[in-house]
Write a protein that binds this ligand. Structure first.
Ligand SMILES: CC(C)(COP(=O)(O)OP(=O)(O)OC[C@H]1O[C@@H](n2cnc3c(N)ncnc32)[C@H](O)[C@@H]1OP(=O)(O)O)[C@@H](O)C(=O)NCCC(=O)NCCS
Length: 164
């Protein structure tokens, strides 16, 4: 994957981050969001991240082809060293190693920051995401039945965890 570059996100990346993400809001159960993310809420999300909770983007020939983030797992302070990861690859760029590169970078950054555990909440239908996280050492630690409802059906969530 020599032509794909990973870097920290800036505010000017937010429209492309949203474009990649909102495809999945409309077409997939990989996010339980049912209405497209607005630019205002995306800006608030960006402002809530920082050095301890990085957002990274993957670019190929100047085009954003994916992004990933580490977010707080829970607002209560004792959860402070646990993060939840997100990885979204542009729908036209799957199976080229981009998601794996983003996740590997997030894991590296989480360790350097001093986080202790990474949690991934994954819709049980998303076998690509389960396989991606398994490949990077995550283990299934939970299964919640029928906690989401999208596209007229109940959805189940698998929780996976990586200890750092
Ligand atoms: C899940 C996702 C991020 C994978 O990104 P990708 O760039 O296509 O993945 P990669 O090419 O880096 O593949 C890495 C590994 O993931 C797994 N994987 C990826 N796509 C897969 C698929 N369709 N079926 C099975 N395994 C898959 C494999 O283990 C693969 O390793 P391999 O190529 O050695 O078999 C991408 O499909 C995506 O953006 N999906 C929608 C959003 C999503 O579900 N995000 C996760 C929520 S946190």
């Amino acid at each position: 994957m020599p032509d794909v570059k990973l870097r920290s996100a800036t505010a000017s990346d937010l429209p492309s981050i949203n474009a990649i993400y909102n495809y999945y809001v409309r077409h997939s159960t990989c996010t339980y969001q049912t209405e497209p993310e607005t630019s205002e809420s995306r800006a608030a999300w960006f402002a809530a991240h920082g050095p301890g909770h990085p957002i990274i983007v993957a670019e190929q020939n100047g085009l954003m082809v994916g992004w990933g983030s580490l977010s707080r797992f829970h607002p209560r302070s004792a959860y402070g060293r646990t993060v939840e990861n997100s990885v979204y690859v542009h729908d036209q760029y799957h199976r080229r190693g981009i998601g794996g590169a983003i996740l590997a970078d997030l894991i590296l950054r989480a360790g350097k920051i001093g986080h202790h555990a990474i949690i991934a909440g994954i819709d049980a239908e998303q076998s690509a995401s389960v396989a991606l996280h398994t490949k990077h050492g995550f283990k299934q630690v939970g299964y919640l039945s029928e906690v989401g409802f999208k596209f007229d059906r109940w959805l189940h969530v698998i929780y996976m965890q990586l200890m750092l």
